[in-house]
Design a binder for this molecule. Structure first.
Ligand code: COA
Length: 163
């Protein structure tokens, strides 16, 4: 996969490498109560499609966000996506999502994801992109106080201009 540069926004999106794991894991701890550990990111490098987003006007080698996508036959699943809290709200998550989905092989027809019912920024990001809710998984996620449901969302590739 080639790197994507958006000069107007001074960002670079490139494949994640082993050297990114420490920084990605540090961001993960900040953005979720149930974070992946470094071994999970390491395993994802072997099994999945992993991207990082960096600032070109700072150190382009230091990730400020990441995305992990799994593909099985004609389906893809967003397993993880996050932006460093310091950089949230500046359309970086939208650009990373857009680039990640555009870079999927053309055989992919459907993209799936699970999101916590309480995660309004992420739900809003996905709705904006064209994902729709297709179901709920009861008590799917751990929370500080117990469990919460997951919303299952899908995007049909034919419904949006991804290629
Ligand atoms: C979800 C996440 C990746 C969005 O990244 P971001 O760079 O802040 O998002 P953007 O600036 O591109 O915003 C895209 C859309 O998300 C929504 N959004 C972003 N921040 C929001 C907030 N604080 N409240 C409500 N909606 C929000 C909006 O719909 C926004 O579109 P708009 O600006 O046109 O209204 C980021 O909030 C994050 O890393 N969250 C923690 C990790 C996480 O929850 N990942 C998703 C797991 S399923």
């Amino acid at each position: 996969m080639t790197a994507y540069r958006a000069d107007a926004h001074k960002i670079l999106i490139r494949p994640m490498g082993a050297g990114d794991i420490d920084q990605v894991t540090a961001i993960e701890v900040e953005v979720t109560a149930d974070p992946w550990n470094s071994k999970q990111f390491q395993q994802s490098l072997e099994d999945h499609h992993c991207l990082v987003i960096c600032r070109q006007d700072a150190d382009p080698m230091v990730p400020i966000g990441y995305m992990v996508l799994a593909t099985v036959v004609d389906q893809a699943e967003i397993l993880n996506i996050a932006i460093d809290p310091k950089y949230q709200g500046h359309s970086l998550g939208s650009q990373l999502l857009n680039h990640g989905l555009q870079s999927l092989p053309t055989i992919i027809e459907e993209v799936l994801l699970d999101v916590r019912v309480s995660n309004f920024p992420a739900i809003s990001l996905y709705f904006n992109y064209g994902f729709i809710e297709v179901g709920r998984r009861r008590d799917y996620y751990r929370t500080e106080f117990g469990r919460e449901d997951a919303i299952l969302m899908t995007l049909q590739r034919a419904a949006v201009d991804l290629v």
